[in-house]
Design a protein around this ligand. Structure first.
Ligand SMILES: *Cc1c(COP(=O)(O)O)cnc(C)c1O
Length: 504
């Protein structure tokens, strides 16, 4: 006991931030992290542990006395790492990979270092002004109209996730509509999106007080590439108006989660604007591709929408979480979300000469996340960010060609970005249930090897395998190896089938 007594504060001041101790331990942590990145391929991509594994291995109570850094790090290696699904593995092809970078990491370190709680301009002028700058820079890279920048009537803000970006704009749209139709008529407000829209939309609508009966999920089809049809939208909106309801918000997709389908902004926004709706574009994943001229066409018509969100944590090398939101007119947002308590009052805010980002988001405190984007944009330049997008797309194209070259497989939905939607379909005569079962088996087998992780979706009633290229460490050899593994699984399954069929 006496040995550790010196680490225990009795009446003396306990100082948990000693710069020299920090230097030493942070060095060791950086070494751990660099080793992790270097050796990441040696771990199974999808964690193979069973539920409850960690709870069983950790003590029921926290220690009374301090434990050495080395002891804690040993437990990280022994207990935490095996329970990780390694999102940064180059063999991670599930969901949408979340991209990272050295510059993003360094920016994050600095963000943590300052621990700025920049709710308003005065709480850290640099945090607010850097955020304004990087959001204007990104707007320029996307060739957004000037009205989406702080040069114009709008501007951009960093939210945590797309859900929050949509929630704040929906609340702005709701309040704007209620000033016209009356506060008692919230039950009449109707929102629209395609049936491919991310599940968070319905949840956000609930949180914003939109009646569940008034959330329109408009059907899409495989033949229509799963994008929302302006005709279908018009039909739905006109029926609601005829029934005395009030269209208030349209959420469009630039790259759906299941298949990266893109809704045509221009004609859809025209329909919405005839009815005075707020139009939002959710470009969480694919929006990043629009920094390349060859993908910018997907933003055609963007001048007609009210807001756009894009998550650089998905495809622009930022770490979690970072969801960029731009609005053409910031007044509606601020009107809906501003607060003015005495304890936050200051000359600058009152003179209206500054931006207070607390009025653009749900919470009050906010992290200095723009440092991450600033480091990324400066360290790599637009040219390298474009190269990064293009190289992912090139690898996805390569995988798509592998799939096409094997007659047992098919591409289910044409590829647009870094995601390939395909399935095993060895015999057209198998029923859809049987084909689905085959694909489920193939996916389970591939993921159980720990050598690759991919996921599935179901669209238009079809069970589809998703192969999403984009993890930062992925290069061609990983894609080649993944395809080889998938083929191996298909070989084994098809051999079994032949046995089954001859046994019949
Ligand atoms: C991933 C995704 C979301 C939600 O993810 P965030 O990490 O909150 O941005 C929302 N919409 C789409 C289209 C997505 O792909």
């Amino acid at each position: 006991m006496g040995r550790i007594e010196s680490n225990v504060s009795q009446n003396s001041h306990f100082n948990p931030l000693n710069p020299e101790e920090f230097r030493k331990q942070a060095h060791e942590m950086v070494d751990f992290i660099a080793d992790y990145f270097q050796n990441i391929e040696s771990y199974p991509v999808l964690s193979q542990v069973q539920p409850g594994y960690l709870r069983a291995n950790l003590p029921e109570n926290p220690p009374d006395r301090p434990e050495p850094f080395e002891t804690i790090m040993k437990d990280v290696q022994k207990h935490i790492v095996p329970g990780m699904t390694h999102w940064l593995s180059p063999n991670f092809f599930a969901f949408f990979p979340s991209t990272v970078s050295t510059a993003g990491f360094l920016g994050e370190m600095l963000c943590t270092c300052f621990n700025s709680v920049g709710f308003n301009w005065l709480a850290s002028p640099a945090a607010t002004e850097l955020e304004m700058t990087v959001m204007d820079w990104l707007a320029g890279m996307l060739k957004l109209p000037e009205s989406f920048t702080f040069q114009g009537s709008g501007g951009g803000v960093i939210q945590n996730t797309t859900s929050e970006a949509i929630l704040v704009t929906l609340i702005a749209a709701r309040d704007k509509a209620l000033t016209v139709v009356g506060a008692d008529n919230v039950n009449k407000l109707v929102v629209y999106a395609s049936d491919q829209t991310h599940s968070m939309f319905a949840k956000v609508c609930k949180i914003a007080g939109i009646s569940v009966r008034n959330i329109r999920s408009i059907p899409t089809t495989l033949a229509g590439g799963f994008s929302l049809s302006p005709f279908e939208l018009r039909t739905a909106v006109e029926a609601d108006v005829a029934a005395g309801l009030v269209p208030v918000y349209l959420c469009l997709n630039l790259g759906t989660t299941s298949t990266t389908a893109v809704d045509p902004i221009e004609p859809l926004a025209r329909v919405a604007k005839e009815h005075g709706m707020w139009v939002h574009v959710d470009a969480a994943y694919a929006g990043s591709a629009c920094i390349c001229p060859e993908f910018r066409n997907h933003l055609n018509g963007i001048e007609r929408v009210d807001s756009l969100s894009l998550s650089p944590h998905k495809w622009l090398l930022s770490f979690l979480d970072c969801s960029c939101l731009w609005v053409q007119n910031s007044n509606a947002l601020i009107k809906a979300l501003s607060t003015n308590p005495e304890y936050l009052r200051n000359k600058q805010s009152e003179s209206d000469s500054v931006v207070d980002f607390k009025d653009w988001q749900i919470g009050t405190g906010r992290r200095f996340k723009s440092l991450r984007l600033w480091f990324i944009l400066r360290s790599y330049g637009v040219v390298n960010l474009q190269a990064h997008i293009r190289s992912d797309v090139r690898m996805a194209k390569m995988f798509e060609e592998f799939v096409r070259s094997d007659p047992r497989f098919e591409i289910v939905v044409p590829r647009q970005f870094g995601l390939v939607c395909f399935r095993l379909n060895p015999d057209e005569n198998y029923g859809s249930d049987y084909t689905e079962m085959l694909n489920r088996k193939l996916l389970d087998w591939v993921n159980s090897t720990g050598r690759v992780y991919m996921t599935h979706t179901k669209v238009g009633g079809v069970y589809v395998l998703r192969f999403a290229v984009g993890a930062t460490l992925t290069d061609e050899r990983h894609v080649v190896a993944a395809w080889k593994l998938i083929k191996e699984g298909a070989d084994a399954l098809c051999d079994q089938l032949i046995c089954l069929n001859t046994n019949y």
